[in-house]
Design a binder for this molecule. Structure first.
Ligand code: RB5
Length: 151
């Protein structure tokens, strides 16, 4: 599995902790910035990760900002991306099983690193269940195709 990861200044520290986790799990990843806690704009970091995942160059994306909200809003503008904003382990598992989310967004100012790393691990390990959920994800793709002209 190949993971693309990025953060703005509000998520920089958690991004570094997630990178250490990915390395310890022997999961291949690429860091798309930012490089420090100097103020930057979250869309500039969400879009490259979202585009790489949508293009199939990376299997999953992980985005961190202060709340995770800006990152998730921006990432979900890219056709093919299903970005889930997650701050609990139940949702981490459910969004993989039910939504086949391919990008995870979290807020460094919302949760502590212990919970965040558990969420990342569960989200990476959990498989999409398909079945009735496949039909629903297909309907989401139809909405996307109708409104963004892409499928
Ligand atoms: C930056 O201050 C903050 O707005 C950003 O990290 C994020 O929370 C936006 O949604």
């Amino acid at each position: 599995m190949k993971v693309a990861i990025a953060a703005d200044h509000g998520g920089f520290k958690l991004k570094e902790e997630i990178k250490a986790l990915l390395a310890s799990l022997n999961i291949e990843f690429q860091d798309f910035g930012c490089e420090c806690e100097q103020s930057v704009d979250y869309p500039d970091y969400a879009v490259p990760v979202a585009e790489k995942v949508a293009a199939g160059e990376f299997d999953r994306g992980i985005l961190v900002c202060g709340t995770g909200i800006g990152m998730s809003i921006a990432a979900n503008k890219i056709p093919g991306v299903r970005c889930a904003l997650v701050h609990d382990t139940f949702s981490a598992r459910a969004t993989r099983e039910h939504n086949d989310s391919n990008v995870l967004a979290m807020g460094e100012r919302v949760i502590g690193p212990g919970l965040a790393l558990d969420i990342v691990k569960i989200w990476l390990e959990t498989e999409f269940q398909g079945g009735r959920h496949e039909r629903r994800v297909e309907k989401v793709k139809e909405i996307e195709a109708k409104n963004l002209g892409v499928r």
